[in-house]
Design a protein around this ligand. Structure first.
Ligand code: SER
Length: 624
């Protein structure tokens, strides 16, 4: 089934169920200055969940264009996209769980609609906590649906019960807020428990991943395709939850992911709408996109990753520039995101050997593919092409020189915030590009120092700087500082639990999470993960002081500091101590910045432990 057919079927189905079709909102919501982009179908409807009456009625459906940048560094795997389309249906205080779930099941499995095999569907519900009870009602509705198809629908425990694709076996799983709660967008507003539908690709799961697989397992076997949210709560400014006056339903189905499942593909990049983009890139680079296979050679994997990043980023940039409220590359707000996307795509293009301007050519293919549905792309075609050409001309000329400069800087030390600023102001490297380059070389960029430098130079207006840091990943320097200190604690805890062979291979911090790559030959056991987490949390609870001292590399080695000993002999390095000198918990060479005391970190949680490449593990963790 083509994505165009899927779009149409969805709208037809919900029209039959009494819904009015509303247009997609702009990608750039003008009425809400607190968000940069439309990230979900429900965004344009927030006022109507809290009581305002909608001119089109209380049953609505649409196809919404969305941009999400939180997962931008995951782009290149099998399911993350920066730009994607979301199919949605809403009840504004009208129908509730019974209809929402029954219709989801009917649309997915009925012969007349998607005709997916119900045995391949697995669902999740909210497990309950202090804010809301376990969603027994949804469990009951799902069980009845499966049972009507002769499927028993047992309730499984994540990490204990393996789902089976036969008649029997675990089918419905419950999880906490992290997985089964949606919203609010921003700090306050409508939110609630959700129920998600996953499709079992049947791919044997990563044997490295742990014995028991379940819908939210990260091995990639299960792909989330649809989310039914029951918006009945409101998060308040003090963090508490109160009831909304009306019971709403907000569902969102990922168009690209569902199309991939319908087309029997393991990845969103293999659906038909990407084919033209990859053909164009093959003509430009001589490198063909190879369908995903688990044992592909590393050169193929690398080339595929670059091709995917280019395809995703230029598709997103085309939609943002070509939007009805279109933004053009700049150093502010949405414009900064477009700049990042385009410049990262150009760099990946160079890696594939494309040394001429190419972004406008790819954009033409994107417009050709999507212009029939998103008419604004055709209307704004000239703007898209001319802006991309301009941007590529600006960046193309400095990219190579900048990369040379970067290499020179990296040669004898990890580059600092000031140098990152030079790359930004002289060579046009978005901060995140430098951050990525430093990460690839095993280092960690001091973002706060860059920011200080940036502000000092005031090359751009105050508002420009505010916009940039709000939109870019370098926002919330307080959060990144806390996560940076947590990274040191994690590094130490890993060495305590796994041994001193653990060495840092890379680190990357955004406002939401830390990512830490380290050498270690095996997958960590759940017990080891728990132990590391506990050690970090104990260090936090002890409220240890954090301070630094400048010393020579020799002295740093003498005090047992870990870190990158890349400075030339005689150079001074900064050594950070967490804990009282003599029995400091962690001693590490680092540029900072860090918090003053560990109690500022709150509570530490490991989100994921996975393989980053041969012999290198990757941990993602967060603080709350
Ligand atoms: N708001 C929910 C989501 O984005 C469902 O539409 O997943």
């Amino acid at each position: 089934m083509l994505t165009s057919e899927l779009r149409q079927k969805y709208l037809d189905f919900f029209k039959e169920k009494g819904h009015s079709i509303i247009p997609s909102a702009s990608l750039i919501p003008k009425e809400d200055p607190t968000v940069l982009f439309t990230t979900a179908g429900m965004q344009q409807l927030v006022p109507y969940f809290i009581g305002k009456s909608h001119p089109m009625g209380n049953r609505l459906t649409d196809v919404q264009k969305c941009i999400r940048t939180v997962d931008i560094d995951e782009v290149g795997d099998n399911r993350h996209l920066t730009f994607f389309e979301m199919l949605g249906n809403w009840s504004l205080g009208d129908y509730f769980k019974q209809e929402a779930i029954t219709w989801s099941f009917e649309f997915l499995t009925d012969e007349k609609w998607l005709a997916l095999d119900p045995k391949k569907l697995f669902v999740t519900v909210f497990a309950g906590d202090k804010d809301a009870p376990k969603d027994e009602e949804s469990i009951g509705i799902w069980q009845a649906q499966f049972q009507m198809q002769g499927i028993s629908a047992e309730i499984g425990k994540p990490g204990k019960d393996e789902p089976t694709d036969g008649k029997e076996g675990a089918r419905i799983y419950s999880y906490g807020k992290k997985e089964n709660w949606w919203g609010p967008i921003g700090e306050t507003g409508p939110c609630g428990p959700n129920s998600e539908m996953f499709y079992d690709t049947g791919r044997k799961h990563d044997p490295d991943f742990g014995k028991v697989c379940h819908p939210n397992c990260d091995c990639g076997r299960f792909v989330e395709i649809w989310n039914d949210v029951f918006l009945v709560h409101e998060k308040k400014a003090d963090g508490s939850f109160g009831p909304l006056k009306q019971k709403n339903v907000d569902t969102g189905m990922g168009l690209e992911r569902t199309a991939a499942m319908l087309q029997g593909k393991d990845t969103v990049f293999e659906i038909e709408t990407f084919a033209g983009i990859f053909d164009a890139l093959a003509t430009l680079s001589g490198i063909k996109y190879e369908p995903e296979t688990p044992n592909a050679k590393s050169e193929v994997q690398k080339a595929n990753k670059s091709l995917r990043i280019i395809a995703d980023h230029l598709r997103a940039a085309t939609f943002i520039i070509g939007d009805e409220n279109g933004a053009v590359p700049s150093n502010v707000g949405q414009g900064y995101i477009v700049r990042r996307l385009v410049r990262r795509a150009i760099r990946e293009g160079r890696r594939l050997g494309i040394d001429k301007a190419f972004t406008d050519k790819v954009a033409l293919v994107v417009i050709g593919e999507f212009g029939y549905h998103y008419k604004e792309l055709e209307t704004n075609k000239d703007r898209v092409i001319s802006e991309l050409k301009k941007e590529e001309e600006k960046f193309g000329t400095t990219l190579e020189k900048g990369l040379k400069e970067f290499e020179k800087m990296m040669k004898d030390h990890v580059i600092d915030g000031k140098e990152a600023f030079i790359l930004f102001s002289t060579y046009g490297f978005p901060l995140e590009l430098t951050q990525e380059l430093v990460g690839e070389n095993g280092g960690n960029l001091d973002i706060a120092e860059f920011k200080k430098e940036f502000e000092k130079h005031q090359e751009l207006s105050r508002t420009a700087s505010a916009g940039m840091f709000k939109g870019g990943l370098a926002d919330h320097s307080e959060e990144t500082t806390r996560l940076h200190t947590a990274t040191h604690l994690l590094h130490k805890a890993l060495r305590q639990v796994l041994g001193d062979d653990v060495a840092q291979k890379g680190s990357n911090i955004t406002a939401e999470r830390l990512r830490f790559d380290f050498t270690y030959g095996e997958k960590m056991t759940p017990e080891q993960i728990k132990e590391v987490e506990n050690l970090v949390n104990e260090a936090i609870k002890k409220d240890l002081p954090v301070r630094f001292e400048e010393m020579s590399v020799e002295q740093a080695k003498g005090v047992g500091a870990v870190g990158l000993f890349e400075s030339k002999y005689g150079d001074k390095v900064k050594v950070y101590f967490v804990g009282e000198d003599k029995d400091a918990f962690s001693v590490e060479i680092c540029g900072g910045p860090h918090v003053a005391r560990t109690s500022e970190l709150g509570s530490f949680k490991i989100l994921k432990e996975e393989s980053a490449s041969a012999g290198i593990r990757r941990i993602k963790a967060t603080l709350s």
